[in-house]
Ligand binder design. Structure first.
Ligand code: BG6
Length: 464
């Protein structure tokens, strides 16, 4: 392989609620993630003392981050994507002043990264928000959330302006369509109008925070974060192609607003056709004009779309109701593996927005086996990552501006969808199971040494 550009950032990505644990330490408030112990599609369970939640300890990154960062540094990371838990800074969400102990923790974390020359990329909200804001205000359904979120963002921009130069607003902002509690703090059975109104508030908040970032940290770059849900038509029937365009627009809509600063006409038509009324003020429209500097996205799988209702009915059982692609193999969790799709998606996003792109999540969740001699032979993960990175290289050759790649879960962590630790993504094995048993010891896997070489050679060691 031809080496990737020198400026390309290599690293990994984590989320606070999936790694930190310490869910009640140093004044942290309860988050929506804390009351969803079964994951982002799981039921909301008010916590009682003694209830078990795998995320309560997670992989104890809150206390073990120095050791973990040293391992990331050994692999040669230039960048680590983390998120700040909103509830560590504003435990209830509506306070006037931030929690100093929460800010101090992230100070220590960013200092540790700086010691190793690793640039932090920080997501302001990754699948969690203060639970009190859901109970007392109705989540993002309330316009007041815009003020609270902006206050939180301004506090962390001000505190960390000398330490963090890469920011993201909301993780997978389009996920609210599938998991409203996780995305916008709304009940799963909320109406379309309620969900899109909450999304609108979040889009306005995202834009206002972009503006605040420019004021407070003028030398930073701030991006959005999309779940890159590329869909293909199942057949070349024009009806399938049209429906595919509509499906892709259902998530590209978020990117359109965040990159172009206005609601696209197709979305206004969708609202009209479906009786969805979203209240928007002139001030909102003005705020939305603060567009992002770059686009970041996650990429795991692709799916197919058909206008054939019988085929759709059969597909409804699977996670995002996607029709399977007969040409692709699947992971143990049924996610279809499609490296070429990553090149297609990079090209499509570049053609559409002409803004730099950052792949901030990609990886293979698999069941690993720790051998008696302390090794993990995860060749399946190496193959998956190799093939995806080769396609990133192809997209760069196509002329796409790609800023970097942070693979998901460089150390095993709690999965988002079902809160499992047995679904492992890491280069580093963590000794803990789904019931919370284990020593939490860290062991590099075979992929650890593979990724180290990829980074050292800037991709030249990848196999085409
Ligand atoms: C993305 C999320 O949807 O996918 C991560 O941003 C998540 O938080 C990742 O962990 C993989 O999903 P899962 O369910 O395998 O953890």
């Amino acid at each position: 392989m031809k080496a990737f550009p020198e400026k390309f950032l290599w690293g990994g990505a984590l989320a606070a609620n999936q790694v930190e644990g310490a869910w009640q330490e140093d004044g942290k408030g309860v988050s929506t993630s804390d009351v969803q112990p079964q994951g982002v599609f799981g039921e909301v369970v008010e916590r009682r003392p003694g209830d078990f939640g795998i995320k309560d300890v997670a992989i104890d990154f809150y206390h073990r981050y120095p050791q973990d960062i040293a391992l990331f540094a050994e692999m040669g990371f230039g960048c680590l994507r983390v998120s700040i838990a909103w509830t560590r800074i504003f435990p209830r969400g509506d306070e006037q002043e931030p929690n100093e102990a929460g800010l101090a923790y992230y100070d220590r974390l960013f200092d540790e990264l700086a010691k190793h020359g690793i640039k932090p990329m920080v997501t302001l909200s990754h699948y969690e928000m203060p639970w009190e804001l859901v109970k007392n205000y109705g989540g993002w359904g309330s316009r007041e959330l815009i003020t609270f979120f902006e206050r939180y963002a301004r506090s962390v921009f001000t505190r960390f302006k000398n330490k963090v130069k890469l920011w993201l607003t909301f993780n997978e902002i389009n996920m609210s369509l599938h998991a409203p509690m996780t995305g916008v703090g709304l009940a799963e059975d909320s109406s379309k109008t309620e969900i899109y109104q909450a999304i609108h508030h979040q889009l306005v908040a995202s834009a206002l925070v972009v503006k605040a970032c420019r004021e407070i940290v003028p030398d930073a770059r701030i991006g959005n974060m999309l779940l890159g849900g590329l869909m293909y038509p199942l057949t070349c029937k024009p009806q399938d192609v049209l429906k595919t365009m509509q499906e892709n627009r259902s998530w590209l809509f978020f990117g359109d607003v965040q990159c172009r600063g206005v609601y696209p006409g197709y979305m206004l038509r969708y609202f009209r056709d479906n009786g969805i009324e979203v209240k928007m003020t002139d001030a909102d429209r003005e705020a939305l004009k603060n567009t992002v500097d770059f686009i970041s996205f996650s990429y795991y799988l692709t799916g197919c779309v058909t206008a054939d209702e019988e085929v759709n009915a059969k597909a409804r059982g699977n996670i995002l109701s996607m029709v399977p692609n007969p040409y692709l193999a699947s992971s143990e969790w049924g996610w279809q593996i499609d490296p070429t799709g990553l090149r297609i998606l990079l090209n499509e996003l570049w053609d559409r927005y002409q803004k730099p792109l950052f792949i901030v999540e990609n990886g293979l969740g698999a069941k690993d086996r720790l051998e008696a001699d302390g090794t993990v032979h995860d060749d399946y993960r190496i193959n998956y990552l190799n093939d995806h990175l080769v396609q990133v290289g192809e997209a760069i050759e196509d002329g796409v501006e790609v800023l970097g790649y942070t693979c998901w879960g460089p150390i095993d962590l709690v999965s988002a969808s079902k809160a499992e630790l047995s679904k492992r993504y890491g280069f580093i094995y963590v000794d803990r199971d789904d019931q919370g048993n284990g020593t939490l010891a860290r062991t590099p896997k075979k992929s650890f040494y593979w990724y180290k070489e990829v980074i050292a050679t800037r991709g030249a060691s990848l196999k085409q």
